[in-house]
Design a protein around this ligand. Sequence first.
Ligand code: HEM
Length: 180
Amino acid sequence: MHGSIHLALKQYVVEVYGASTWEQILAQSNATIKMYLATSSYPDGEITALITAASALANRPANDMIEDFGRYLMPKLIQNYRSLVRPEWRTLDFLENAEQSIHSVVRVQNPGARPPILRCVRHGASELQIIYSSARRLCALVRGMALGAAQHFAEVVMVDERQCMLHGAESCDFRMRVVA
Ligand code: HEM
């Protein structure tokens, strides 16, 4: 996973749980690198080890924590990549275009980064289907990022995951619906 995501995870832990918790995570996890650069990529086992230790220390299920991290991360990514976010976009437009307009650029600018391919189908003005598939199986991150995007655009979005890789499906099938 790209170093920028590790650094954002550190920032999240420090803000929500305090700097000493981050130190404890580094000390207690099976992570081997522990110093992350925004310009590098690291084996996926590294972020998995950090999240596993964070979840144990916070006494919180890992997927809850990943979702919460996604909510925290999304507005920050939008801010950092604001030149790629069109001013007229609302939540669903942003999510629908994240693959073509943003992840594709991330892949070119950061050759080590492998963001997932997000397949999107728009079902009218207020509903979007996202099919997510990745060996990392971070669907909790997708959910959290969608909710974080809604927060950024000051909308309320319901996220319904109709099938999930964590329950044996080939891909996760999300419906995102704007309700307010
Ligand atoms: C400003 C918008 C966005 C930026 C700049 C961005 C950037 C990134 C980057 C740098 C990574 C790390 C990839 C790697 O290290 O291999 C990543 C991963 C990921 N992104 Fe995005 N992303 C954006 C929007 C989204 C949206 C809207 C979603 C879905 C709702 C999403 C879902 C994910 C997921 C689930 C991963 C984890 C990797 C995986 O599942 O394989 N991203 N993204």
